[in-house]
Design a protein around this ligand. Structure first.
Ligand SMILES: [Zn+2]
Length: 93
């Protein structure tokens, strides 16, 4: 087999690589496999937030949020400046 640390060809029964001295038994191999499994999983989670969502879906999700923000802003504005609103309304009429 080949050492996973330095890539040198070593006997299959080796527990330690004679070239770099690192452990090369099964336990180490399993740990390395698990680490390799975890890495792409994290990438997938990042991708979900940054590129997994379709752009149109993003916009569709933003429209209700934007409308809600506008309504709340308008309500706050009306409650804060009722006089100004009636003055503007009188000017328009
Ligand atoms: Zn090695």
């Amino acid at each position: 087999m080949y050492c996973m640390h330095c890539g040198e060809n070593i006997p299959d029964s080796s527990k330690f690589c004679k070239y770099c001295g690192q452990r090369v038994d099964e336990d180490t191999a399993k740990v390395q496999e698990k680490a390799a499994e975890k890495a792409p999983h994290t990438e997938t989670e990042d991708g979900f937030f940054f590129k997994g969502v379709h752009p149109i879906k993003k916009i569709l999700m933003l429209i209700p949020a934007a409308l809600l923000t506008l309504v709340v802003a308008a309500a706050v504005f009306v409650c804060t400046y009722p006089q100004l609103i009636s003055e503007v309304w009188d000017t328009v009429r």
